[in-house]
Write a protein that binds this ligand. Structure first.
Ligand code: PEP
Ligand code: MN
Length: 373
C-alpha cells in the first residue's frame, strides 16, 4: 500500500506489472460466439490482460438492448479459462456484485450514470466490502469533480483499496466532434487531490467514434495516466451498443503498436492543468464559431431563395458597406483590429455570395426543367 492506502495497479494480481494497463473488450457481451471470438482476437495482440464486457447495460432509453444478464458471466468464465484474461464487468446493483462474485469475475466497474448517484455508490460500496475485488469508478456524467471524489471516498471508507478512477469524459451540452468532453484539467486535479490514485482513460467513450481513439489514447499516455480501457468487438458494425466506437481486435493491435510509450514526461500537474483549461476553452469557442458560421450560412441560403423568388440581385452594395462599418466598429470596441475583421468579413461574404449564386442557378434550372431536384 502507498500513502493514500491504495494498492498500486501493478500489485492487484500476480504477474500484473504492466503499465500502462490495457483493458479491452466489447461494450456489451451479446452472444457466446461474439465474446469468444473477440477474446481470441484480443489475446493474439499479446498485451491486454483484462477483458471487459457489459452484461447489464445502462441505456439512455428503455427498449434498447439492455444486456444479456447472468448468462454472459458463463461466457466470461470460459474466456478466462481459455485465454487467461482477468474479467471486468459493470455493476450497478448489489445483486450484480453477488452474481459477479458467484461467477468468479475478477474486477468490477461502476458506470458513469451510477457514479452520479451517491445512494447507489454507497450500496455498491457496502456490497463490495471485504471482497478484495479491484473496483474501477467512472467519472459522473456531469463535470462534478467532488461527486467523483465522493464516490471514491465511499469505496475507500468501506475498505476497498484496489481502486482506480476511469476517465470517460463529460456530457457535452453543445454539439462537439467528441461524444464526451474530456476536460483533462479535471482529471489532473483529481490526481493532485488523491495522490497515487490510478487513473485509467476510456478513449472509446470520450471519442464516440473510432477515428479519435488513437489521439486520445496518446494524450492519456502523455499525461501519465495509468491505463487505457478500449472497446473492441469482433464485428463492430453489428454491435448492439456503441457500434461506432468499437475497434476490431486487429485495429486495436495496430493502435497499441502505434502509441508512443514515454518513459518520463516533463508533466507537471499544475502547468498542464492550466494549459489544458485554456485549450478546453479554445476548443469550445472554436466549436461555437463553426456552429455560428453554419447558422449564418443557413440564413444566407434562405436569403438566396427569397431573392431568387423576388428577382432581387445578390449583391446589395449598401448593405455590404453597412455590415463592414458596423462590424469593424464592434471589433474595434472589443480590441480587434479593423484589418482582421475586414479579412474575416470578406471571406464570409465571398462564401455567402457563392452559396446564393448556386441556389439561384439551381432554382433557375429547376424552372427550366421542372421535375428535376
Ligand atoms: C461502458 O463502458 O460501456 C459504459 C456504459 O460506460 P459509461 O458508464 O462510461 O457510459
Ligand atoms: Mn460502451
Amino acid at each position: 500500500m502507498n500513502g493514500s492506502g491504495l494498492v498500486p495497479v501493478t500489485s492487484w494480481f500476480p504477474g500484473f506489472s504492466d503499465k500502462p494497463l490495457i483493458i479491452a473488450g466489447p461494450c456489451s457481451a451479446e452472444t457466446e460466439e461474439q465474446v469468444y471470438r473477440t477474446a481470441e482476437g484480443i489475446s493474439q495482440i499479446g498485451r491486454v490482460k483484462i477483458f471487459r464486457a457489459g452484461i447489464w447495460k445502462p441505456r439512455t432509453r428503455p427498449h434498447s438492448f439492455e444486456g444479456v444478464g447472468v448468462k454472459g458471466l458463463h461466457w466470461l468464465k470460459r474466456i478466462k479459462e481459455d485465454f487467461g484474461f482477468y474479467t471486468l464487468v459493470e455493476v450497478a446493483y448489489p445483486k450484480h456484485v453477488e452474481s459477479c462474485l458467484h461467477h468468479k469475475v475478477d474486477m468490477v466497474w461502476i458506470g458513469a450514470r451510477t457514479t452520479s448517484n451517491p445512494f447507489s455508490v454507497e450500496e455498491l460500496a457496502n456490497a463490495l466490502k471485504g471482497t478484495d475485488l479491484p473496483v474501477l469508478i467512472k467519472n459522473p456524467i456531469n463535470p462534478d469533480l467532488d461527486l467523483w471524489i465522493g464516490g471514491i471516498e465511499r469505496l475507500r471508507k468501506n475498505g476497498i483499496t484496489k481502486l482506480a478512477a476511469v476517465h470517460r469524459g463529460f456530457y457535452p451540452f453543445e454539439k462537439t466532434a467528441l461524444r464526451n468532453i474530456p476536460k483533462w484539467e479535471l482529471v489532473i486535479e483529481l490526481k493532485r487531490r488523491i495522490h497515487d490514485l490510478p487513473v485509467i482513460t476510456d478513449p472509446s467513450h470520450i471519442a464516440g467514434n473510432t477515428k479519435y481513439i488513437g489521439s486520445i489514447s496518446q494524450k492519456a499516455l502523455d499525461l501519465e495516466m495509468d491505463g487505457l480501457m478500449i472497446e473492441c468487438h469482433i464485428n463492430p458494425p453489428s454491435a448492439l451498443s456503441d457500434a461506432d466506437q468499437q475497434l476490431t481486435p486487429a485495429e486495436l493491435g495496430l493502435l497499441l503498436d502505434n502509441l508512443t510509450y514515454r518513459e518520463v514526461s516533463d508533466y507537471s500537474p499544475r502547468r498542464m492543468g492550466q494549459l489544458e483549461r485554456f485549450r478546453e476553452q479554445i476548443d469550445s469557442i472554436d466549436n461555437q464559431l463553426i456552429e455560428l458560421l453554419s447558422q449564418r450560412m443557413n440564413v444566407i441560403d434562405k436569403i438566396g431563395r427569397y431573392k431568387s423568388h423576388n428577382n432581387i440581385t445578390i449583391l446589395q452594395l449598401r448593405r455590404w458597406e453597412n455590415i463592414i462599418a458596423t462590424r469593424t466598429e464592434l471589433g474595434h470596441d472589443l480590441g480587434l483590429s479593423e484589418q482582421f475583421i475586414l479579412r474575416i468579413l470578406q471571406l464570409i461574404h465571398k462564401e455567402s455570395i457563392q452559396r446564393q449564386v448556386e441556389i439561384m442557378n439551381r432554382l433557375k434550372n429547376k424552372n427550366f426543367n421542372p421535375g428535376e431536384e
